[in-house]
Every structure is written in C-alpha cells, then in structure tokens.
Design a protein. Sequence first.
Length: 85
Amino acid sequence: KNQAAAGLCSFVLNIVMYYDIVVTVEPKRKALAEANQQLEEANEKLKSVMANVAALEEKLSQLTKELEEANASKKEAMDAVAGGE
C-alpha cells in the first residue's frame, strides 16, 4: 500500500507542477499569438507602403527625365535665339 500511496502522491505533485507551468505559459502563448498577428498586419501595411513608394519613385524618375529633356530643349532654343542675334 505504501508504494501505491507514493505513486499517487507523485502523480498529484506532477499534476500540480504541470498546472503551475500551464498557468504561467498560457498567457505568454496568447501574447505571442497576438504579437504575431500584429506583426503580420504591420508587414502587410509595410508591403503596401513600399509598393506605393516604388510607384512614386518611378513617377519621380519619369518626371525628372522629362524635366531634363525640357531643360535641354529650352537651352537649345535659347542658344538658337542667342546665335540669331
């Protein structure tokens, strides 16, 4: 009977330790899941913003090229006018 009582006591002690661990770990698991969800949402938002930035940089590049071409044309016209005087 003593061996059975010892086994039962060991089982109960292990269950109590398991419960203590679960009580400690479960809120951390929930916090981790919430943090991962927030990270995923932030990454999606970042991806959207980066796509927008890329589109704006492309547009800026095109407008800069057009400005350079317009300035070159203007310079040619000014040189032609200056040469005609």
